[in-house]
Design a protein around this ligand. Structure first.
Ligand code: FEO
Length: 395
């Protein structure tokens, strides 16, 4: 396999994965995902991150092509999660003299995951490494989204190797840089990636945005998705991460409901219809048992309003809703307007449990909860409409 030179001295040696169904065995990959790895060739040769173990053969083929007979001097590990380091043991076998560059937290994980303790170059925030005409600067950016995460900046070319930061789901279908492809298909996948993978760590991401605002960036090479080279796209990518990490959102409402026989679904329909009647244009309705929770989380990051509803099940929340709420709670999303509704057949628990969730979420509760016994009647319908009107007034 041929490596692709994406700018002078810099080769893309990453791979696409269109086989895996679930990233982290959790998040669907309808358009696949790329594991990006880059080789910089100077007086020294440096690889930035590696790839998932499943694609080692393709990766090594590209790497050898880019090295063109030279050896590999350094591997910079910006992030050691196994989607970027699974091929590491084979890499060490092929290039036994390689020096691995990471920080103290990386060293701990290198030992734990791969038993590697030798030929390490431990760097701290602000350290530099001269390769020839290229000079690398290391920025520690912990908790984006692991404690060892860092970014590396090549000041000669103003290229930022950012690890998972600024990454997106979606394989690279031929083109690698944004100049070679249509970026439109990646924006929603970037939000889904951010919200699913990084979403809990808004505050550390804010520190990254602040830290990187001091350097001039001409190219962003992240570990997933396109390489960003166009000024307008670099601005957009950084602004998107800035907005998402502040938990800022657009004027719209997500309605996520569970329903076994369609009665609770009718409440969701009534709420959605009334929101539209009130002039809200961005309304996304998700059946929690059908929509991937990954997409629901993405939309909760996109929009200010969230209305949740489900039936009572075994005196608890409907289990799929319970699962979604657990995922939402662990992301500690801030500044949302929250409304809720529920149903029961003989003893109500859903609305009580949603009230408890509302309490712990810290979100502003909007309107009165709408509760329905068995099926829609005038009282339940009017409560649903009132809830929609209260949300519309806030949004
Ligand atoms: Fe792409 Fe956090 O690994």
């Amino acid at each position: 396999m041929r490596a692709v030179e994406i700018k002078k001295d810099l080769f893309y040696v990453g791979v696409n994965d269109r086989t895996k169904h679930l990233f982290e065995t959790l998040w669907p990959l309808p358009q696949g995902v790329s594991y990006n790895s880059y080789l910089l060739v100077d007086e020294k040769t440096v690889l930035f991150d590696a790839v998932d173990i499943s694609y080692s053969d393709v990766f090594f083929s590209k790497l050898e092509n880019a090295l063109n007979g030279r050896t590999l001097d350094y591997l910079v590990i910006n992030h050691i999660e196994p989607d970027h380091s699974g091929s590491l043991s084979s890499l060490k076998t092929k290039y036994p003299h390689i020096e691995i560059v990471g920080n103290a937290r990386t060293a701990d994980m290198l030992k734990g995951y791969y038993g590697i303790t030798d030929n390490l170059k431990i760097v701290s925030d602000g350290d530099e490494l001269v390769l020839g005409k290229h000079k690398l600067h290391f920025y520690l950016i912990p908790m984006v989204h692991w404690p060892e995460t860092m970014a590396t900046y090549d000041s000669a070319d103003k290229t930022l190797f950012s690890g998972d930061a600024f990454g997106a789901f979606g394989a690279l279908d031929g083109g690698i840089t944004d100049a070679q492809l249509r970026p439109e298909k990646y924006w929603d996948e970037m939000i889904r990636y951010y919200s699913n993978i990084v979403g809990k760590y808004g505050s550390p991401v804010q520190k990254v945005v602040e830290k990187l605002s001091k350097i001039e960036i001409a190219t962003i090479c992240s570990t997933h998705g396109p390489v960003w080279t166009k000024k307008e796209n670099i601005t957009k990518v950084i602004a998107l991460y800035d907005k998402l990490s502040k938990y800022e959102a657009d004027h719209g409402v997500v309605i996520a409901y569970g329903s076994m026989y369609g009665h609770t679904e009718q409440m969701a329909e009534a709420i959605a219809s009334e929101l539209a009647a009130q002039g809200i244009k961005d309304i996304v309705v998700h059946n929690v048992s059908v929509s991937p929770h990954s997409n629901i989380i993405r939309d909760v990051f996109k929009y200010k309003g969230l209305i949740i509803g489900c039936p009572t099940y075994n005196n608890q929340l409907y289990p799929e809703m319970d699962s979604l709420l657990t995922k939402l709670a662990s992301r500690e999303i801030k500044n949302r307007y929250f409304g809720y509704f529920g149903s029961f057949t003989w003893a109500g628990a859903a609305v009580k449990r949603l009230a408890a969730f509302a309490e712990t979420s810290g979100w502003e509760v909007v309107g009165a909860p709408a509760e329905m016994k068995q099926s829609m009647d005038q009282k339940a319908y009017e409560a649903a409409i009132a809830l929609a009107q209260a949300m519309a007034a806030k949004i």
